[in-house]
Design a protein around this ligand. Structure first.
Ligand SMILES: [Zn+2]
Length: 207
């Protein structure tokens, strides 16, 4: 922080507002000397005075510490950029999650079919056969809530009627009929039940 710049800025704003040092001191309940110290860049206003000072000088706290009126357009641009970056990051991580879901699905299916195959065609005791079949189901049972959670949270579902894009509830995803990632669900916006397509982005690009 540039104390000299801030001091000059305080002085400039005070003069612009046509307030004397002593008047400002009175308003803030500080000594005249304190004001002149700030304006000379010898010290910064106390935290307890900052918000009142900014109000009197008609500036933002950000302006005060920048020692100038900060261009709001720049602020908005930075905000917008951060927002876009956050959205982009979410989309990237959603894509990764959905890819991971496929890997999990393939793995548990492979284990399942392998065990069923062995149980069906290899000579063994009946109890072992049953045990193998049960074991084949266990990964499904464990992974299903996890996979449904990915389906629900990653990206959005797009209503084919009104093109509303939304994140549905866990239970509506769990119980919906589905073909791959397209699920028959009730749109929360238009209330129509239709096949809702999975999309990664709130924008137009489809997955
Ligand atoms: Zn709809």
């Amino acid at each position: 922080m540039d104390q000299i710049k801030i001091g000059k800025f305080i002085q400039e704003r005070r003069k612009y507002k046509k307030i004397t040092q002593s008047k400002l001191a009175e308003k803030l309940n500080v000594t005249d000397r304190a004001i002149s110290k700030w304006e000379n860049g010898n010290c910064l206003p106390d935290v307890s005075n900052i918000s009142e000072l900014c109000k009197i000088l008609d500036i933002s706290i950000n302006d005060l510490f920048s020692g100038e009126i900060v261009d709001m357009k720049d602020n908005e641009k930075i905000l917008e950029k951060n927002l876009l970056d956050a959205v982009r990051q979410k989309e990237e991580s959603d894509k990764r999650l959905l890819a991971m879901e496929i890997v999990i699905g393939v793995l548990i299916s492979a284990v399942f079919f392998a065990l069923i195959f062995i149980a069906s065609f290899v000579e063994m005791e009946d109890w072992l056969r049953i045990l193998l079949i049960i074991t084949g189901f266990i990964p499904f049972i464990i992974m299903i809530p996890f996979v449904i959670r990915i389906e629900q949270k990653a990206g959005y579902y797009e209503c084919q009627k009104c093109h509303n894009k939304y994140v549905p509830s866990y239970s509506s995803v769990l119980w919906a009929m589905h073909i791959n990632r397209t699920r028959k669900m009730k749109c929360p916006k238009c209330g129509e039940k239709s096949w809702q397509r999975k999309v990664i982005s709130k924008g137009d690009n489809k997955e």
